[in-house]
Design a protein around this ligand. Sequence first.
Ligand SMILES: N[C@@H](CCC(=O)N[C@@H](CS)C(=O)NCC(=O)O)C(=O)O
Length: 220
Amino acid sequence: MLKLHHCIGARSFRPLWMLEELDVPYALTMHPFPPRVHDEAFLDVNPLGTVPAFSDGEARMTESAAICEYLAWRYPDAGLSVAPGEPAYAAYLNFLHFGEATLTFPQTLVLRYTHFEPPARRQPQVVEDYTRWFLSRLRTLEPLLTQQTYLCGRFTAADISVGYALLLAEHLGLDERFKPAVADYWQRLKTRDGYRRALEAERTAALAQGVSSTPAPATR
Ligand SMILES: N[C@@H](CCC(=O)N[C@@H](CS)C(=O)NCC(=O)O)C(=O)O
């Protein structure tokens, strides 16, 4: 059985969205955020205390984009990966990592210095600088998305990786500053059945497991 540990609104939404796009059975365990603080037993599952934590039999993973790639290859018929022989292979790998390393990282600083730190440690300059950093890193997407519906032609795990970064931006209120093609792309992603089912799955599981269904601040 595939098992995923998740907090509402966290990066573990990436593998959850993948699982729903693939329409395969899985077990979803919800945690209050941050699990490291609120759920000490979780450290036995992932000593880092971070979500996602994912397992498939003996396989254990804790990186959201890598889990998406793993799942894409585990269920190849769904076509959510791009194979080395395909023209979009390099773009696929690049966007898969771009979503986390380039688009999510600066937002974690914005989040930290607006929400997590006590008022005395808030850093408006950091927030402003890394907001600008994030928005400027969307620059490579804009011309591409004026030409095509998805990053690699068809919908793939790379769209989920980048899509989560856009979801986090929406939580932070940065979506109002998306350029038109990125804004349209984000609206398009949100109409996908898999995306909607993933939102519903986290809400239902949170209620059933007694975890607050209010979107948690997504990251640290
Ligand atoms: N690079 C990792 C980052 C994982 C991560 O930092 N997750 C955050 C939630 S979005 C977390 O669990 N933070 C809790 C903490 O730092 O204690 C990924 O993409 O999965």
